[in-house]
Design a protein around this ligand. Sequence first.
Ligand SMILES: CCCCCCCCCCCCC/C=C/[C@@H](O)[C@H](COP(=O)(O)O)NC(=O)CCCCCCCCCCCCCCC
Length: 218
Amino acid sequence: MAGPVASEDQRFCLREVLDTFRLSLSEKKEVYLEHYVAGWRGLVKFLNSLGSVFSFISKDAVNKIQILVSYLNGENGSQYVTVQSMVKYELENDFVDQTKRGSHPESGCRTLLRLHRALRWLELFLERLRTSTEDSKTSVMCAEAYNESLAQYHPWVIRKAAGMAFCVLPGRSAFFEVMNVGPPEQVVAMLGEALPLISEVYQITEDLYTQHNLLNLP
Ligand SMILES: CCCCCCCCCCCCC/C=C/[C@@H](O)[C@H](COP(=O)(O)O)NC(=O)CCCCCCCCCCCCCCC
């Protein structure tokens, strides 16, 4: 009997992701790590539903999510409630490798930075999807967003593999269906709702990382 329940659970829903990103913003404009990570979990669900070609990407995302979750659930979990408190805690305790990977290769700060860079890709990609027309190609939109953001941090092999994966993305209408929101007009409306939230979370993190000079962590 677990079958249908489990598959329901695996099913992506854009609204769900939207809600988690909304929840991740505190009143004081801090970012709750728990919800930020939940947002990524939702996105990974989506990626998994597109097929195994994308599993090298989702595996890396899951790995990073798990690192952050283990800090959240660890004995110093209370220091990891927000991205702001995590940065403060890890910097004050010298838990961050600043120039090259050393004794803290998996700090929360450097791990989150990888997801943060990917969030910029998401922002650019979703904006293209939102303003796309029926004959727009998801593979092209995805590649453009990638080249403008994440690609600059990836070595050639990864860029090559990513480029090949983009080519097998479903077309726009099938893609919209997987988003599980409803007809295309509704998808576009929901993207319009999601984007400002994602941008805000991105910008808050970007400002925080800039302020602490963390944008190039190894
Ligand atoms: C919908 C198509 C999805 C395409 C995803 C685009 C992003 C392509 C990223 C390719 C990453 C390849 C995997 C390897 C990554 C790592 O080398 C690299 C560096 O890590 P390191 O410093 O620890 O070594 N990692 C990263 O840059 C983090 C990548 C995280 C990618 C998460 C992507 C999640 C995508 C979710 C798609 C959701 C679409 C939603 C549409 C409604």
